[in-house]
Every structure is written in structure tokens, then in C-alpha cells.
Design a protein around this ligand. Sequence first.
Ligand code: ATR
Length: 266
Amino acid sequence: MMEKYAVFGNPINHSKSPSIHQHFAEQIGKKISYETICSPLDDFATNVHNFFKNGGCGANVTVPFKLAAFELAEFKNNAAQMTKAANTLFIQNDKLIADNTDGIGLVKDLTINNGFNIKDKNILILGAGGAVRGITAALLNESPKLLSIKNRTKIKAEDIVNDFTKLGPIKLYDDNSQEFDLIINATSSSLSNDKLDLHDLPYHQQTICYDLFYSDELTPFLQNAKEQGINQCLDGWGMLVEQAAESFNIWHQIRPQTTYLINNRF
Ligand code: ATR
């Protein structure tokens, strides 16, 4: 019987995950089914249990269920523990296991696909929501010089700093911050097409701006960065492909090649 996989979300229509996972499965000559499941907001747990009861082998989880997926799991792997959120679920020894591949997906995209070595770099993260929690531990794990957090609502940025300070050098953004080598937009401002004000942020000629969102056109954040004279603008397409490759590896114990999808958006 064909192995069954799915991604849970709401909304989920436009998810690229089925096509990405089918592409990976073809690489290893495996036939899988991978469907999108739009779960009602109050019925996520039942839907997940039914999926696995009916032979599901693995599931991805996206907005707004990452926290619920973490809470539902009977065992949480390290990355999920750190972020208190899960994007990958599977069954092992009859137990529901949660993992999170978002952070490692970003790190792989930065380091391998874009040759950006995180070690000793000065990094700014904009935002303080779930997306920031998803990437902070993985970035600190690569020994940056400093991770600064800046958010519209300051208290939420303070919570992030407090929650992750034991993992490495992290602090609130302040006016004395030195020039950043990398500025990451992890706010949801791209969704609402809002512009973030960047002109006060310290950066240099080689600074990279990275938006966790992806889009065929420049996101408002990257558009703004370009207008400020920043040349290296990256969006989250590479991260999307790499987090999927990490989930695939967890389920199939083979890490697929990502280069083709990175270079051929759809
Ligand atoms: P996600 O899971 O995508 O991180 P979230 O937890 O709702 O979503 O967090 C959204 C983040 O984007 C928050 O940091 C939010 O700032 P506030 O904490 O001040 O709400 C930030 N955000 C959303 N729209 C924004 C905008 N137009 N300008 C600046 N920050 C914005």
C-alpha cells in the first residue's frame, strides 16, 4: 500500500508541500500520497488522530496549528522542545512524536544555498511571534556574534530574549546596535503588505536581508531593503524547500536533493 502523508493547516489550499514531497519521493523512486488537510480550528486533535489511525505515516503542520501539534505530541524532539512548536509529526513505537524543521531549514538555506556563515555574525530578527520562536534556537546553535530582537510590541521581544538567553548571545535591539550582517524579517507584515520602516537600522554594503515569506515579486520588506541600497535580498523559498527536505529525511531516512527545486520555483 502507498505510504500516506499530509499537511494540516487552515487555510491550506495554496500549500506547496504536496508537490515538494512528491518531487522528493520521485528522487528515491518511492510512490507516496501527500494530501492537504484543512482542519477546522477546533478539531485539529481529532483530525490528526484519525489520520494516523488510518495509516498516515507522517504529517506536516502549518499555520495556525504548530503550537497545538506540539501540545498534542506524546514525545517532543529537541527542536520542538526549544521552539514549543511543531511542523513535523510521525509515529514511533505507537507514540505521536513532534519535531520542528523550520529553524534548520533556514540555517541550511543561509549556509549551504547562499554561502552565509552564521558564526560570529551580527544578526537582527524583526518580529517576536511564532515564526521567531521557530528559528531562534537553530540560529543560536550556529554561534553568531549576537542575535538582536526588534518587535513592534517590545514586551514580546523581551519574552523571546528571556526564553532563549540560555542558548547563546541574544538581546533586545537598541540604538547602539552595530551594523548587522543579516536582517531577517520574521514578522507577518508581508501577509498584510505592510511596509516595515528600515531606514534607521544599521547595515553595511554586504548586509543580507532575508524575508521568511516567499513571493514571486519582492516582498514589501525586501522592496524596502532594495530602496535602501541593500543588494542581497533573499526570500523564504529556500527555507521552505529545506524544511521540507528535513521532514522528508525524518520520515524516509534519506535527505533528498534540494537544488532543483531551489532553482525552479513553481
Ligand atoms: P507568526 O506565527 O507568523 O510569527 P504571530 O505569532 O502572530 O505570527 O506574530 C506576528 C509578528 O509580526 C509579531 O511580532 C507582530 O508584531 P506585534 O507583536 O507587535 O503584534 C509582527 N507584525 C505583524 N504585522 C506587523 C506590522 N505591520 N509591522 C510590524 N510588525 C508586525
